[in-house]
Design a protein around this ligand. Structure first.
Ligand code: EPZ
Length: 431
């Protein structure tokens, strides 16, 4: 069993480099399936979700060559249209992008229902609505989602999303890229990774306009050619380290970010008394005095991101006064609250609302990461807490944060990876 052991209470000083965006990478890598030729993708984060999606492509016959730590060449010329293996697809949410990508390229796809963090119900009806509008038959049989274009190739169509969905917006963009004619996606999501996917596809020859607004127009083309593309910096990784400085104190330069993508997080931290100063492609975050309470509601971009909700909760736990946190995207994103309570946090949850009474001090304790962002939030709480916090199930955290231990020790945090034999193994050895 691998744990993080954090001795908290030390302010953070130095610089943290931000990696490429996870939620852009896990869509852009499957998008390489549409490209005729070699795609060079730069600024890929080294995280387990990326390894998984690359493994899925390799299983389908893609050639993946590592150029350097953050760059891969992907050649999908010899990809076969075969069912995506269960054991890989179920470990990752982003496996749903294979439906749009394979449907676009081959006119059919067989993909198991996706996995990912447990945040309550995670339906994909809006993805299916889009594929169906473009002339696909979609059903679930034998543990697979089967999607087949009735005429062998999808047809451009108008799709109004009933709910603003990041995944559905990107999946329909993928499906529409090689479709016949114009697809218009209305009520589209506007997250930075949607713009990044559109920029990637356009740089390979697609015709996509309006990404970043709520109406995206995709004019289908016959083929995409190879090229080179660099993924944007990770908004949520940057926000997580900003929250860590807010909670633990100190001054850290968050290096290589797009300040615009972080405006909502910056504004909220400033409201709480944290100094955030923009300096080119960096933000300098510092906190010396007390934190003030704040209300936070998560919403689709450009609102406050749901993927920062647990991390901002960790900061609010240490703010003076009562804060109200409202989850506006997922049904059940407060599963981490019991773990926070072990550290001395005072949080009451009623449905989608959490009321947080700030405390002057958290105290280290053994805790468990229940999903990716909840795990990151426990790291933040542990950095601020007095004493030792041990976090297990850290594989959740490593799905989305490249080198988190190295990055934090680089700014003075006392965080170590400790490997202990798990109980069963220990008992077997003892026997
Ligand atoms: C993406 O998930 C991200 N995952 C999530 O990040 C993120 O929390 C979420 O977008 C919102 O920003 C990836 O990019 C791989 P949605 P996704 O479709 O696409 C409902 C992280 O920590 N909905 O935008 O699955 C849904 O239930 C992860 O990095 C439908 O009802 O999210 C939710 O309430 C966790 N029907 C809302 O829409 C659908 O067909 C938004 O979901 C699709 C979604």
């Amino acid at each position: 069993m691998t744990k993080y052991v954090i001795t908290g209470g030390k302010p953070l000083y130095g610089t943290i480099d931000i990696s490429g965006a996870k939620n852009a990478a896990v869509a852009i890598i499957p998008a390489a399936l549409l490209v005729d030729g070699v795609c060079r993708i730069e600024n890929i984060p080294q995280i387990s979700d990326v390894t998984l999606i690359l493994n899925i492509l390799q299983d389908l016959g893609a050639e993946v060559r590592t150029v350097n730590r953050t760059t891969v060449d992907i050649d999908c010329s010899h990809v076969r249209n075969q069912p995506v293996p269960h054991q890989l697809a179920r470990k990752i949410r982003a496996s749903y992008y294979l439906i749009g990508a394979l449907l676009s390229r081959f006119g059919s796809a067989q993909v198991p229902p996706p996995g990912g963090c447990d945040l309550g119900g995670r339906p994909i009806d809006q993805h299916i609505k889009g594929f169906t509008a473009m002339g696909a038959d979609v059903d679930v049989r034998g543990g697979y989602i089967h999607a087949t274009a009735r005429d062998g190739r999808l047809k451009g169509s108008q799709v109004y999303l009933d709910i603003v969905s990041v995944g559905a917006t990107m999946n329909i963009m993928l499906a529409a890229t090689l479709a016949d004619g114009l697809t218009i996606i209305e009520n589209a999501a506007k997250e930075p990774h949607i713009v990044d996917l559109a920029n990637f596809l356009n740089s390979m020859g697609a015709d996509i306009m309006g990404a970043g607004t709520d109406v995206i127009k995709v004019r289908g083309v016959d083929r995409l050619a190879g090229g080179t593309y660099s993924i944007i910096p990770d908004q949520i990784e940057a926000g997580t380290y900003m929250a860590a400085v807010a909670a633990a104190g100190g001054q850290v330069r968050i290096h290589n970010i797009i300040p615009k993508h972080l405006e909502c997080i910056t504004a909220k931290l400033q409201e709480m008394g944290v100094s955030v100063v923009e300096d080119g492609d960096d933000l300098v975050v510092s906190r010396r005095g007390a934190l003030s309470r704040a209300n936070v509601k998560t919403m689709p971009y450009p609102g406050f991101p749901t993927d920062m909700q647990p991390q901002i909760a960790a900061v609010l736990c240490l703010a003076q006064g009562t804060s109200v946190l409202t989850e506006g995207v997922w049904d059940n994103r407060y599963r981490y609250v019991d773990e926070f309570r072990r550290l001395g946090a005072q949080i009451q949850v009623d449905g989608k609302v959490a009321v947080i009474e700030g405390v002057s001090q958290l105290t280290g304790a053994p805790v468990r990461a229940c999903d990716l962002r909840a795990g990151a939030a426990l790291v933040i709480a542990g950095l601020a807490a007095h004493g030792v916090t041990e976090i297990d199930s850290i594989y959740h955290i490593e799905r989305g944060y490249e080198d988190i231990v190295r990055k934090l020790t680089g700014v003075g945090a006392d965080i170590r990876v400790v490997i202990t034999p798990d109980q069963e193994e220990a008992q077997a050895n003892a026997g």
